[in-house]
Design a protein around this ligand. Sequence first.
Ligand code: ADP
Ligand code: MG
Length: 646
Amino acid sequence: MAEADTPVLISLRGVCRYYQTGDVVVKALDDVSLTIRQGEFVAVMGQSGSGKSTLMNILGCLDRPTAGEYQVNGHDVNQLSPDQLAALRLKTFGFVFQRYQLLSNLTAVENVALPAVYAHIPKEQRQLRAAELLDKLGVGERMYHTPGELSGGQQQRVSIARAMINGAEVILADEPTGALDSATGVQVLAMLKQLNAEGVTVILITHDAEVAAHAERQIQIHDGRLLSDSAADSFIDRQQPEIQPLQAYKSVSALVSVLTALQSLRNNWFRTLLTLLGIVIGVAAVVAMMAIGEGGKQQVLQRIESMGTNLLLVRPGGANNRNSGDTATLTRDDASALAELSGVSAVAPERNSFATIRFGNRDYSGRTRATTEDYLKVKDWQLSQGTFFTEEDMESLAPLLVVGQTIVDELFVNGENPIGQYVFMSNGVYQIVGVLEAKGATAGGNDLDEEVLVPLSTGMVRIFGREYLSSITVKVENTDDIDSIEAEVTQLLAARHGSEDFTVNNTASLIEAISETQDTLTWLLGSVAAISLFVGGIGVMNIMLVSVSERRREIGLRIATGAKPGDILQQFNIEALVVCCLGGVVGVLLGSAVALVMAQLNIAIAFSLMPPVLAFASALLVGLVFGHAPARKASRLNPIDALAED
Ligand code: ADP
Ligand code: MG
């Protein structure tokens, strides 16, 4: 009950609200002046279309007047920022709607507690407060039910409790009994009366004179104009309230937004799943593609590295003088000269040909390599049995062989000890003196154990009958010096031969070249995958836009109950981020799983930290970028339109 000297709460002067539809201007409110004091119970009456809801929206700061002045507690609403208006909706006003506007997937107590989030009330306190209010309004025992499980009267009590959760000074009730039978309507009115008796200002909007009769003051509007006011003398200018500074509220914390996002994602799990799908596929594609690309690279590199990374390969035949196998330019003296260079740790001259080895009734055909002991140094190879050729063997042209494990396996099927055995090769008899340790096959399937080595001199004289070399492999001590030594080698040989009738290849640069090509391939695969991530992002945007459209009522309600545009923006941004984050995690797992399955199918894969981290970060970025447009749309939603919809 308001006494004559209670301060003015609401004051309208010449307030107009025009709607322009095409060429027609609808004057929904036309020059309305009105003062309402603290603690009044006012009924605003009028026919449908007379401007009641327009008035209420302006009073509740959901809408601004086209012209005229509106003051709340002495604050000129026209001067307030959107965030200050939100603070008014949060603390000063509580809305009660004709159709309750409860969120169907929240329980009664959650619905009531909803606006308290924006007042930074901790969760437990919110729930407690909400439960108390529901108790007070007589629906305490229904608080864990969803609106669908409540009667109309119960739902309206829940919505009154929600209006009160932040301690509203004014309850704005637009046709609160319009959807209720008259008995229930009377109960709801009694509740509003009780709140009024406790000091809450109630502004009740109705087209029903009987309902209006419950109020202590009746105002009638017609065609947007004030027709009558039962407190005709009005209290304009009688007592101005003390003006309290109006502070905007801080945005809700990111954690609260994340929790809200998780809940809303759970409530719409199917849509969440669809949204996730694009991101999951995108991230998984990046991870799997990069693992496969990287695996291919490693495979090729291993093959080269199995040759040794710090080697220079000198072959006969220059740029204008292609190597034809018979090109006779490299000699043993060349090899000896190269061994003199500083920084060179080993020089393996060799001459190759194909030959067949026979032991008993078993044959092995393959490459025979005539070389020196440096071949083992160059290849980093050890013997598993026996000895290598000695200097004396070399000089005496001894018919000796050192063989790889594959040859042992092929020829000595009965488990004979190969050392000391005699075999036939190229119409000569050779004795096996050593066996190379098994190296197995490369990732690319090259058998490294198919080696048949003879002393260089023996090979030259007995097998090839020629003095020239197929190649010289130079091992450098320090890989960093490989370029300078390559230049020295080239210079030395050119000086010895008088022309560049040879080529020098450097495995390090070969590896570099190949890994560059492979990197290009990997990035190509990666970018194909990134495109799918981009497409996933568009999916996120699309589904988020749908989500915003579908949740217009929820957004409108949040804004009407005190959320700032920034809160809504943050919530939807975070929702997109949470989706993309989930999608990122699932995608990384799925991509790794796909790569592992590929590995089972003998496709080379290699994992590194970079692609999953990159893909995950991209997913977050996608969320940030593609979630922005929907979030902005949500934050700019007009709550009046949204709440007017069914
Ligand atoms: P009431 O709540 O008394 O039924 P309203 O305040 O909803 O009336 O509407 C007052 C007038 O303003 C009506 O003629 C209505 O058609 C018009 N109106 C309300 N909202 C809009 C709008 N967004 N655009 C155009 N005209 C509107
Ligand atoms: Mg209306």
